[in-house]
Design a protein. Structure first.
Length: 594
């Protein structure tokens, strides 16, 4: 009886009309809202000093002559007369001529630095407001690092100009896909690119320097390329003049080609993705030498340095991993002990967080642990915890033991980074492989060896993990927050979300006006920023920064269709156009910064 009367009450309540009386009024079209504009960065915001200037630090790297090299094109012949100089013009030219670069094209628009023009006010009008809102009760800390990122091979072009010699990227793609020779021509358009970042309000710009442009002959004792040094000096000074704080990465998948010798990066000795030459015996000393040259030149004005980008994708094998750890530690010590830099030196990882399909199943949890241990723990254990490589790695690679640390080596390589950068694009549902992890890890013929974890984009309830992009990325902010908790509680180091971004499904096929109205990407960014705010304020996880990838559409390793950019780039004219997501991301941050 009681139940019945409740039901009756509920039914009665539902039956009552929401609107009691309907009204007529005089209809008028809504007026156009007054345009609002992006808030640019404060031009004085980047005037900090983080170390002594190069004049004081120059003695900290080996004295080598500084010189200037030319430009190479396939149809040129070597007319240089200094063939007796092993580091001369002639030798430089031959490095390109003998590299056998396939179908080198030179249809770039620019051959010289372009002076910037003021960003037109009409391009800074904010997009129409959305009909839904994000929470605005939480705030970012006042010293939060907010900005955007890009990488040299993906944007610069000018690969055989201003002294640069071949990197492994020129060999990565061996089919008919576009190469990195031209890309966004940012090498000559950087001033305009930086002006545009400042105008829309990006506070930090994270860029990368190609090793082979600073040291064309790569190894210790070889000459420094003056044009290369001057170029990045001006990139840094241009950032500062607009109020943008520069972040510099020393290598982003573009190691000099010579470390591979005659080997093939995609097959020889590459158990994990590509072999970027990090396992070469000469690598650590050479990388540290290169790093010292960059740090001594720029540490006065650059607050944050990153040694390696996503090393798991290019370490190739455990010896490469060990070298990454050792080189990172040595440069970290150099930065703090010799340069006495008061900024930060860190590293950035990829992993796309493995989450057990069934967290109540210990085997699934073990698979997730293995997924993270091999991809992150291999570097993070020594660099953040002073601990050895994870058991998962040691139990899988048992033949060639050169990668194992001796006690002294481990001590030497421990605690070598100030922050943990993570590129948390999306997440992965993981389960153990058929037959179990142990059977897989001891069987090099197993299709999932060496990671030995089955990966999926479908949840146990049958739904996909999120809203799909053009590539592997799905919109997964809930797991991103969980990931931040995992990283902080595992490695106990400050975290920078050093890349995150979303290539809209089939964006490149849309008309320009529809490309810039990128709602999916905008939701991705704001929901990921919200996850960061929740991790900081509710979970007490120390996230110190967020760098959106990428500041413009770029060369995605042979592909222009995976558009990760916050700006459209016209591939014919090189013109840039802000997307809605850029406005929304910056506004989201500005409204929640303290
Ligand atoms: C180079 O160009 C030739 C002729 O257009 C073409 O047949 C070949 O496949 C191209 N090679 C690569 C690697 O793109
Ligand atoms: C290692 O790097 C050096 C350059 O420092 C190169 O001459 C050599 O061929 C490389 N060795 C292998 C095995 O790739
Ligand atoms: C590397 O090896 C793969 C597989 O054998 C082959 O397809 C590719 O062409 C090779 N690449 C180079 C640059 O030799
Ligand atoms: C280790 O050596 C054995 C015997 O030569 C071989 O079957 C196995 O595949 C090797 N394992 C690795 C990881 O190279
Ligand atoms: C320890 O590191 C120093 C310099 O960083 C190096 O000279 C030395 O060889 C290293 N020792 C070992 C055992 O790795
Ligand atoms: C190793 O894996 C291969 C491929 O899955 C399989 O055919 C073979 O039986 C496995 N070997 C052992 C010893 O389990
Ligand atoms: C790039 O610009 C050219 C010249 O203005 C134009 O014809 C072309 O349609 C543009 N491309 C795209 C993809 O918008």
């Amino acid at each position: 009886m009681l139940k019945l009367s409740i039901l009756f009450l509920v039914a009665k309540t539902l039956a009552q009309p929401v609107v009691e009386t309907w009204v007529y009024s005089s209809f008028e079209y809504a007026p156009n809202p007054e345009p609002t504009y992006a808030t640019s960065v404060d031009p004085k915001a980047a005037s900090g000093h983080y170390a002594a200037g190069y004049d004081k630090l120059s003695t900290l790297h080996d004295a080598v002559p500084t010189t200037t090299y030319g430009k190479w094109k396939p149809d040129m012949s070597n007319t240089y007369t200094d063939s007796d100089d092993e580091y001369g013009q002639s030798a430089w030219f031959e490095m390109w001529a003998t590299a056998n670069i396939q179908n080198f094209t030179d249809s770039a628009l620019y051959t010289d630095t372009v002076e910037p023009t003021a960003v037109p006010t009409e391009s800074l009008v904010r997009p129409p407001p959305d009909s839904f809102k994000f929470d605005d009760s939480l705030k970012f800390p006042s010293d939060f690092i907010f900005g955007v990122a890009g990488s040299a091979a993906q944007i610069e072009g000018a690969v055989s100009e201003h002294g640069r010699t071949p990197s492994i990227q020129e060999f990565l793609i061996n089919d008919q896909r576009p190469r990195d020779y031209i890309t966004n021509e940012n090498y000559y358009l950087y001033k305009q690119d930086i002006a545009r970042l400042a105008a829309i309000g990006a506070e930090h710009y994270s860029f990368t320097i190609p090793w082979s442009r600073i040291l064309p002959f790569v190894l210790p004792g070889t000459p420094i390329n003056k044009e290369g040094i001057d170029h990045y000096d001006d990139v840094i000074n241009t950032c500062i003049s607009y109020g943008i704080k520069p972040i510099v990465t020393l290598t982003h998948f573009d190691t000099p080609a010579m470390f591979l010798g005659d080997r093939n990066m995609s097959t020889d000795d590459a158990y994990f993705y590509y072999n970027g030459g990090y396992d070469n015996d000469t690598f650590v000393e050479a990388f540290v030498n290169y790093g010292k040259i960059v740090l001594t030149h720029y540490a006065d004005r650059v607050p944050i340095f990153i040694g390696f980008n996503e090393p798991f994708l290019y370490s190739g094998n455990p010896l490469g991993m060990k070298h990454v750890v050792q080189a990172t530690k040595q440069l970290h010590s150099f930065y703090h002990d010799e340069i006495k830099g008061c900024g930060k030196f860190g590293i950035k990882f990829n992993d796309n967080f493995g989450v057990p399909e069934d967290p109540s199943n210990p085997d699934h949890v073990a698979a997730a642990k293995r997924f993270q241990d091999i991809q992150l723990g291999s570097y993070g254990n020594p660099l953040f915890l002073g601990k050895d490589f994870p058991d998962a790695l040691k139990e899988t690679f048992t033949n060639d033991t050169r990668y194992l640390f001796t006690d002294e080596e481990l001590k030497n390589a421990s605690f070598g980074a100030d922050f943990l950068g993570i590129d948390p694009y999306t997440y992965t549902v993981v389960t153990p492989p058929e037959g179990g992890i142990e059977a897989c890890q001891s069987n090099t013929s197993h299709p999932l060896w060496p990671l030995c974890v089955a990966e999926s984009q479908t949840r146990s309830d049958g739904w996909k993990i999120g809203y799909k992009s053009e590539s592997y990325v799905y919109i997964t902010p809930v797991q991103f927050r969980e990931y931040l908790n995992y990283l902080w509680n595992t490695f106990k180091a400050p975290i920078i979300a050093s890349e995150f971004g979303y290539p809209e499904w089939r964006e490149s096929e849309k008309a320009l006006g529809d490309q810039v109205y990128d709602l999916g990407r905008s939701v991705y960014y704001r929901s990921f920023m919200e996850a960061i705010l929740q991790a900081i304020n509710i979970d007490r996880v120390k996230v110190i920064g967020a760098l959106a990838w990428s500041f413009a559409d770029n060369w995605e390793f042979g592909d222009y269709k995976q558009q990760f950019g916050l700006q459209v780039v016209n591939r014919t004219t090189q013109e840039r156009y802000y997307k809605k997501s850029f406005f929304d991301l910056v506004q989201y941050y500005q409204e929640r910064s303290s």
